[in-house]
Structure formats: structure tokens, C-alpha cells
Design a protein around this ligand. Structure first.
Ligand code: PEP
Ligand code: MG
Length: 962
């Protein structure tokens, strides 16, 4: 047995590390090694070469004494290079209290669970000894046509020896039996998606040994659980076949609870279960414990590719992982009577962030019972009464872990005959509210600095906080049908569905669904994601539904015992009320209330902890965040959310604000001559001016970027029967029906998005640009005269050539000059353009000669770069995403390779012509975190997004700056 596994690669002196390396080299774990000798002051090249040459031999039995001697001269950097290389080569990493071969930084190789088990063990917490098979081994397995990589089994056997030594027990030994758990664990947590086998190692001989040690009932209970789980998970024998046998015995005996089964009943069940194997597979249950282990490892590797795991990764956009690690660990038992138990807890409340242990446990149960939500667990507080010592150790461990990880942790534990064992820890999933409070509190407690706090809160957390809540809970008090557990906060309103598939189908039809279930299982994730909210009759705060919903920030009420679901008839009784599929229901995930009907929602606000947090965010970021706002009201919301100006005011949206406005627009469109068009525009001018005044006032002291009219004119015409339209337009605009008809015909286009729109309008109808520019400058002068600080910026849309922009800029400047001369005033202002046509990006240097700023219109730029119509992409995009042809919707997440490259070119060429060119982006991507990070790195000055997403963009900008 190599002694190397007793030491750590991450702890101790260089000397210890060297010994570790020497002991590893040449064993099964390290057969081949190539080390690049690190050069530099004090590092002799020959040491590296020597290391490389000898290690290539790959001796089976370690190094001989001459070889060992030759390594005595290794420098510290060579030792580290060799250690790193050995770790890269290793595929099996052992751990146990006080020693580990891995650590928490190795998540991508050991999976989250494996890396954290190693870390917990190495900081001295009681972790059952075990080993982790790396994700790389899983990848090799998948690439190898699902064959275990060569030599891996030998490495597992070596690791197993370490566990056996630690425990003084052996796998398959009837006298000193060792039982194992085999669990999956990818680099990113995928709760319940992959497979687990518990109690592995039992057979007819071993069960007797276990019975002698721990009692017959316990031994046979473990054996029947193992037979069921192993059959189901590893060999694909349906769990229901085992369940049917269990129910048969219970009914024969006239008992209802599993706990009422005697040892001899359990023996009987074991015999029947073994027959289930024979009937289902035509072969005996594999009784050799090593064969069991072998098959269980394959099953966990295979579960990486199960349909539900693939679906989960696709929904959660988890890409680029190598596979799952496999954690093989000595079993500890929470079901050894009333001094045993098992539980899960968070070091703080994950919903509210309150600094108080938050969790549940079950006495005399195995771990899966708590998570499965089958028995309703006890609140963790009560454990203090039943098992004070274990409880105190849990509290102590939570403090150690929070200090060590500098974060809120999610813990799984088992108490076996009063002794505490830590089975898992990871950073806890939390709601937006919880995330912000925990970050702010931890800074106040001196546990972390503000920089760490900023990294702890994810943009999606803010997204949740910025989601609607119920307007006033008092309003619906008499409509509350029942109250369950407040599993995931926020508000949800939708129509009842009973099946996950239906929730997906309804979502696809644009309906909002509330998924109502007895409980949920991993198979339901698609429907849970599609639903607006989730209501379950069973399960605690850590049930599947609760954990998954919280992770997504989706409203969930769980464990509502007043709910009786009949998913065959598609009805549910909630309290006194019988509801059916399609009935409206509202959920308050913060209070657990289930409310009849469609309740009113209201938008949230930035205050309290969130306010404090956002000041830290703003201190860090370099990128400015502006808002896309078209009305004075939007501008006020934007400013409240921290916008530093308006990056895009789409003037066309003002045209729809009233009947008078839209009539004037239609008159302008129908005008047969420029004079008539001017008359109609004169009607529009006061509306535009007053809106601009409101926006300037709301943005006092900040820039306001106003874009000239952009959409194709037919968008302003009414829809419906052509004869009616012509008759109405004719009477509204005083133009003959014939003329109206011919205007409509002229405006009709085969491909309007590439047609008469953008600057093409203002070039064809200069009086339109003149009116809009005049409205902007008149509003600016008026507000400035009232003491408002104004910074108007006029933006020309859809420019493809410098000539187009020059034409419009000259017009705009002429209007300004005339107005300033006439009023004896002067204002500073900017004129710039959107870059949303690929050609504009390529000739950005020529365009920059006429533009003081660029704003990337990434919506159109994406449309024209991909050649995907913005309006029709829904027809094929879902297929592309489902088949992995695209990783993301490029209209939501910036395509960095294509569209991003055009942006980089335009930035570089634009600034080469005009070094002080102001650069921003105002497409939808301005509020999407990964795109914001790209824009910051591409050197833009600002992003502009919807008022609602401004805080998210601020956080993303701060995170990229850190
Ligand atoms: C854009 O194209 O990115 C843009 C902001 O303009 P619009 O969405 O109005 O076309
Ligand atoms: Mg556009």
C-alpha cells in the first residue's frame, strides 16, 4: 500500500510534498509523467530533465533507492511542477479526517461534492473516509465507448485499501464488514439528477456479520433497501416491482408502516427481492461486493447522460463539464435507532438571509428520506433537545465552515449512535433576498470584504428581487384557501396544471401555469421551470420542489397539507374549495399562502440592504449604466434604479400615446406633398417637445440620448379590413380614399425590416428629422431656462454609410444653429449614430468622422449578422437550441464570436478616427450579465438597458471590474 495517500498534495512543507510525489511515482496511480522543468533563478534545468527522464520509465513498483537519491536534488519549483503533474495524472483521490489528496479548488476535477468532502476532511471535520473518481475519468469513460479507462479499477482498489485501513473493516468481510455509498457529484450541483447507491457491499454472508454487530433487524433492513436501490439504479429493475413485494407483505401481515416490519419479515422481503432480480433479468443478484462496486461506478457514470440530467443541464445552461465524479465512501447510518438520525441544513436562512441555522432532520432515518420529502422532518432547532452534543458540534462546524469558505453553506449530516458525521457541504443556494442580506451581514460581521460580497450575489439574484410581489396582502386575506411552507419567495399568478408536460405545453402557448402536485421529482424539472409557480401537498423546505425552485428564484409553496390532488381527474381540493385545471390561482412564496383567483402584482423597490449593497457595487464598476426609456415615467423608474442617463429613447413609442398623436402621425404618412407633411409634423411637435421636457427633467444632470424615428411607417397604420382602413384614414386625414389606397400600396414592403426605415426615413423626408431635432432642442432650452441641467444627444438609426450620417448630422446641426440664433441661447449637445448594420461596423472609421458617439444596436446587428429575422426566429430557434446548434438565443446573450467581433472592429476603427468617441450599446444585451462583461472588456463606456434591468447591469459591470 503506498504511504503517499496518507499525505496531502496541498498541505505541509516542500519536503513533505516531495515525499508524497516520490511515493506516488511508479504506482498504479502515476504510471507516466512528463514534467516541464521550470526554469528561472535558482532552478537548475537538469533537475527538471532528470525528473522527466526517469519518470518516463513508469515503474510498476515505485522508485528504487538510486532513483530516489537522484531526486533529492529537486528544487522547490520542480517539486511543485511534479506535484501538479501528478495531480493531473491521478484519477482517484482519497480523503478521511485530517488528510486529503484533493481540496476545494479542484471542483472541476473532483466535482463539487468530492472537492468539498476533501476540504472538510482536511480541516479536521469528521468525514467518513472515502475516495473520489475524477470527472476526467468519466469523460474518458464516455469517450471510450462506455468502457472503464484502463488501470482505473486498480486505482479504485488501491483507494479502497486506504478506506479499509482507516475503518479497520473490509468490503465483503463478514466478520468486519465495510459498507459503501456510491454517489455522483458534478462540478456544478445538479440536485437529484444523477444516481446514488447506498449500503453497497451486502450479500447473504455479509448481512450475517452486520447482524451480529448491529442487530438482525437493522442488517436485513439495510439489505432490502440495498437490493431495491441497486436493482433500480444499477440494473434498471423498476422500483415499483420491489415496492409491490413490500406492500404484499405488509398487507399479509396487516401492518401499514415499514417500522412495524420484524427482522423475520425483512428476511422474507430479502428473499422475495432476490426473486424480483431473477424474474426481471433472468439472473441472480450479483453477490460479489467488488462486482457490485464496479457496476455501481458504471451506473453513476452512465447517469451523466440520462435524459433527465441532459434536460436539467440544458434548462440551467450548464455547458462544458467533463462529466460526473464518483464518490465512494464508507457508509454511516442514521437509521440505527433513536440515537441516530440524518438531516440537511443551511448555516443561514436561504430565503430571508437571517443568521440562524435553517434545516430539518429525521430521527432513525437514512439521508435520502429527508431530501425525498416522504416523511415530514423536524425543525433543526429541536435537535438541541434530543441530541445536545451532536447539535453543539453541528453549530461549531457551521461556524468553522462559514469562516473557512467565507460563505453561507448547505450541509448534510448523519448522526450514528450519537456520533456526528459530515456527509456534504457546499455553498448554499439562496434567494435574491437571502443573497443580498447574507452578503451585507457578512461584511458587517467582518467575515468578508465588500469585494467578496459583490462576487457572492449573482445577477439572477437581483433579477429575483426585482420581480413583482403582491400589491397588498390585506387585499386578498379573505381569498386565502390554505397555507403551506414558504419554500421559495415571491409571487406567482397562473392557471392550474397537474402534469409537468402540461406546464411545458401551456408555457409554449404563452399561458402562465401554476404546477400543482402531490410532490415533485427530478422528472418534473421541465414543467417546474416552465411554470410560474409550484404548489406541492407534501415535502418540507428542503424537498425537491423547494430546493429546485429556490435555485431558480421561482415562487414555490410546499408541504401544504390542506391540498388534495387528483391528477387523474385534474382537480384539486384546497381547503374547502374544489378547483380544476385552468382555474386561476395565486401563490405567495414568502408567506406560504395559497390564494384563490388572479391577484394583483406590483413592482419591487431598491432599499435597505439592497441599497447598501448597490453602493458597494457602484464604487467598483467602471462601465456606466444607462437606461432605455421612452417616457418621463420610465425615466423616473430608470433613475430610481440607478440609471446614469438615457441611452436610448425610441421616439416612435411616443406616437402611440394618444389618439390625437397617432392621428397626426397618420396624417403625416398620408400627406401627398412635403408642405402637407410639414403641417402634420407641426401637430406632432408639441407632443414630442413636452415628452422630451419630462425626460430631461427626470434626468437632470445626466445625458439623454434621443433616437430619430426608426420603424417602417406601415407600423403606424391600423390593422384589419382594408376597405375600413381606407375609409377611416381618409376621413381622419382629409385625403381622398383613392390617394389613401395608393399611399398604402406604396408603403407596403416585401421585407420591411430591410426596407424604408431608420435614417432612410429622415433622408427621404428631411422635414421629419427637422421636426424631431427641433422638439429636442426646444425642450432642452426650455428646461435649461428652468434651471435643469440638460445634455441632449441625438442619435441617427440604421446608418450603413458615412454619407447617410453626414446628411442627417448637417440637418440636425442646422436646426440647432437656427434655433440658438433665434433664441439667443446656446447649449452643448452631441450627435451620433447607432451601429446596427454590419457595414457600419466595418467602415466605423469613416462614420466616426461625423459621429460624436456610437451606440451599438445589437438587436439589429444580431439580426443582420446572423441573417435571422428578429420577428420570425421563434420558428426555428427552439429546434436549434434543443439540438445544440446554438448554445444560447443570440438575441438574448451576445454572440461574442460574430457580433462581438464586429463590435471590437468598430471600437478599434471608430476610435482610430476619433479618439474621444463615446461608445455604448443599447440593444437587449445591455442588461444580460455575460454580455455586459464582454462590453466592459471591449472598452465601451456604457451599456443601456431596460429600467428594470439597470441594477443587474450595474452588478455585472462591478463583477467584471473586480
Ligand atoms: C437595436 O437594434 O439594438 C436597437 C436598440 O434598436 P431597435 O431594437 O429599436 O431596433
Ligand atoms: Mg435597431
Amino acid at each position: 500500500m503506498p504511504t503517499a495517500s496518507k499525505s496531502s498534495f496541498t498541505q505541509g512543507s516542500d519536503r513533505l510534498l516531495k515525499d508524497t510525489c516520490l511515493n506516488e511515482i511508479g504506482t498504479n496511480k502515476v504510471k507516466q509523467l512528463t514534467v516541464q522543468a521550470p526554469h528561472g533563478p535558482g532552478v537548475s534545468q537538469s533537475h527538471g530533465i532528470c525528473a522527466q527522464a526517469t519518470l518516463h520509465h513508469g515503474q510498476k513498483n515505485g522508485l528504487d533507492s538510486t532513483q530516489k537519491k537522484s531526486y533529492q536534488s529537486w528544487s522547490a519549483s520542480t517539486v511543485h511542477a511534479v506535484a501538479t503533474q501528478i495531480q493531473k495524472t491521478k484519477r482517484v483521490f482519497t480523503f478521511g479526517k485530517g488528510r486529503s489528496e484533493g481540496n476545494m479548488s479542484m471542483k472541476s476535477l473532483l466535482g463539487g461534492k468530492g472537492a468539498n468532502l476533501a476540504e472538510m476532511a482536511s480541516i479536521g471535520l469528521s468525514v467518513p473516509p472515502g475516495l473520489t473518481i475524477s470527472t476526467e475519468a468519466c469523460q474518458e469513460y464516455q469517450e471510450n465507448g462506455k468502457k472503464l479507462p484502463e488501470g482505473l479499477w486498480d486505482e479504485v482498489m488501491e483507494g479502497l485499501q486506504t478506506i479499509e485501513m482507516d475503518m479497520g473493516a473490509s468490503l465483503g468481510d463478514p466478520v468486519k464488514p465495510l459498507l459503501l455509498s456510491v454517489r455522483s457529484g458534478a462540478a456544478i450541483s445538479m440536485p437529484g439528477m444523477m444516481d446514488t447507491v447506498l449500503n453497497l457491499g451486502l450479500n447473504d454472508d455479509v448481512v450475517d456479520g452486520l447482524a451480529a454487530k448491529s442487530g438482525e433487524r437493522f442488517a436485513y433492513d439495510s439489505y432490502r433497501r440495498f437490493l431495491d436501490m441497486f436493482g433500480d439504479v444499477v440494473l434498471g429493475i423498476p422500483h415499483s416491482l420491489f415496492e409491490a413485494e413490500l406492500e404484499k407483505i405488509k398487507s399479509e401481515k396487516g401492518i401499514s408502516l415499514d417500522t412495524e416490519l420484524t427482522a423475520s419479515d425483512l428476511k422474507d422481503i430479502v428473499t422475495r427481492y432476490k426473486k424480483v432480480y431473477l424474474d426481471a433479468r433472468g439472473e441472480q443478484f450479483p453477490s460479489d461486493p467488488k462486482r457490485q462496486l464496479y457496476l455501481a461506478i458504471l451506473a453513476v457514470f452512465n447517469s451523466w447522460d440520462s435524459p433527465r440530467a441532459i434536460k436539467y443541464r440544458s434548462i440551467n445552461q450548464i455547458h462544458g463539464l467533463r462529466g460526473t465524479a464518483v464518490n465512494v465512501q464508507c457508509m454511516v447510518f442514521g437509521n440505527m435507532g433513536n440515537t441516530s438520525g440524518t438531516g440537511v441544513l443551511f448555516t443561514r436562512n436561504p430565503s430571508t438571509g437571517e443568521k440562524k441555522l435553517y434545516g430539518e432532520y429525521l430521527i432513525n432515518a437514512q439521508g435520502e428520506d429527508v431530501v425525498a420529502g416522504i416523511r415530514t422532518p423536524e425543525n433543526i432547532d429541536t435537535l438541541k433537545r434530543f441530541m445536545p452534543e451532536a447539535y453543539n458540534e453541528i453549530v461549531e462546524n457551521c461556524e468553522i465552515l462559514e469562516k473557512h469558505y467565507k460563505d453561507m453553506m448547505d450541509i448534510e449530516f448523519t448522526i450514528q449512535e450519537s456520533r456526528l458525521w459530515m456527509l456534504q457541504c457546499r455553498t448554499g443556494k439562496r434567494t435574491g433576498k437571502g443573497a443580498v442580506k447574507i452578503a451585507v451581514d457578512m461584511v458587517k460581521e467582518g467575515l468578508i470584504d465588500t469585494q467578496t460580497a459583490i462576487k457572492m450575489v449573482e445577477p439572477r439574484h437581483l433579477d429575483q428581487l426585482l420581480h413583482p410581489q403582491f400589491e397588498d396582502p390585506k387585499v386578498y386575506k379573505d381569498k386565502v384557501l390554505a397555507t403551506g411552507l414558504p419554500a421559495s419567495p415571491g409571487a406567482a399568478v397562473g392557471q392550474i396544471v397537474f402534469h409537468a408536460d402540461d406546464a411545458e405545453a401551456w408555457h409554449a402557448q404563452g399561458k402562465t401555469a401554476i404546477l400543482v402536485r402531490m410532490d415533485t421529482s427530478p422528472e418534473d424539472v421541465g414543467g417546474m421551470h416552465a411554470a410560474q409557480g409550484i404548489l406541492t401537498a407534501r415535502g418540507g423546505m428542503t424537498s425537491h420542489a423547494a430546493v429546485v425552485a429556490r435555485g431558480w428564484g421561482k415562487c414555490c409553496v410546499s408541504g401544504c397539507s390542506d391540498v388534495r390532488v387528483n391528477d387523474v381527474d385534474k382537480t384539486v381540493v384546497i381547503g374547502e374549495e374544489v378547483l380544476s385545471e385552468g382555474d386561476w390561482l395565486s401563490l405567495n412564496g414568502t408567506t406560504g399562502e395559497v390564494i384563490m383567483g388572479k391577484q394583483q402584482l406590483c413592482p419591487p423597490a431598491l432599499s435597505g440592504d439592497l441599497g447598501t449593497f448597490m453602493t458597494w457595487v457602484d464604487e467598483r464598476r467602471k462601465l456606466k449604466v444607462m437606461a432605455n426609456a421612452d417616457t418621463p415615467d420610465d425615466a423616473v423608474t430608470a433613475r430610481n434604479n440607478g440609471a446614469e442617463g438615457i441611452g436610448l429613447c425610441r421616439t416612435e413609442h411616443m406616437f402611440f400615446a394618444s389618439d390625437e398623436r397617432i392621428k397626426a402621425v397618420r396624417q403625416m404618412i398620408m400627406a401627398p406633398t412635403p408642405e402637407k407633411r410639414k403641417e402634420a409634423l407641426d401637430l406632432l411637435l408639441p407632443y414630442q417637445r413636452s415628452d422630451f421636457e419630462g425626460i430631461f427633467r427626470a434626468m437632470d444632470g445626466l445625458p439623454v440620448t434621443i433616437r430619430l424615428l426608426d420603424p417602417p411607417l406601415h407600423e403606424f397604420l391600423p390593422e384589419g379590413d382594408i376597405n375600413e382602413i381606407v375609409a377611416n384614414l381618409s376621413s381622419d386625414t382629409n385625403v381622398s380614399e383613392d390617394e389613401v389606397f395608393s399611399r398604402i400600396e406604396k408603403l407596403s414592403e416585401v421585407n420591411p425590416m430591410l426596407g424604408f426605415r431608420g435614417c432612410r426615413l429622415g433622408i427621404s423626408y428631411p422635414e421629419l428629422t427637422e421636426m424631431q431635432a427641433r422638439a429636442v432642442f426646444e425642450a432642452a432650452i426650455a428646461m435649461s431656462n428652468q434651471g435643469v441641467e440638460v445634455f441632449p444627444e441625438i442619435m441617427v438609426p440604421l446608418v450603413g454609410t458615412p454619407q447617410e450620417l453626414k446628411h442627417q448630422v448637417e440637418l440636425i446641426r442646422q436646426v440647432a444653429e437656427n434655433l440658438f440664433a433665434a433664441t439667443g441661447t446656446s447649449l452643448s449637445y452631441k450627435v451620433g449614430t447607432m451601429i446596427e448594420i454590419p457595414r457600419a461596423a466595418l467602415v466605423a472609421n469613416e462614420i466616426a468622422e461625423h459621429a460624436e458617439f456610437f451606440s451599438f444596436g445589437t438587436n439589429d446587428l444580431t439580426q443582420m449578422t446572423f441573417g435571422y429575422s428578429r420577428d420570425d426566429v421563434g420558428k426555428f430557434l427552439p429546434t436549434y437550441l434543443a439540438n445544440g446548434l446554438l448554445q444560447n438565443d443570440p438575441f438574448q446573450v451576445l454572440d461574442q464570436k460574430g457580433v462581438g467581433e464586429l463590435i471590437k472592429i468598430a471600437v478599434e476603427r471608430g476610435r482610430s478616427a476619433r479618439p474621444d468617441l463615446k461608445l455604448g450599446i443599447c440593444g437587449e444585451h445591455g442588461g444580460e450579465p455575460s454580455s455586459v462583461a464582454f462590453f466592459a472588456e471591449a472598452g465601451l463606456d456604457y451599456v443601456s438597458c431596460s429600467p428594470f434591468r439597470v441594477p443587474i447591469a450595474r452588478l455585472a459591470a462591478a463583477q467584471v471590474a473586480i
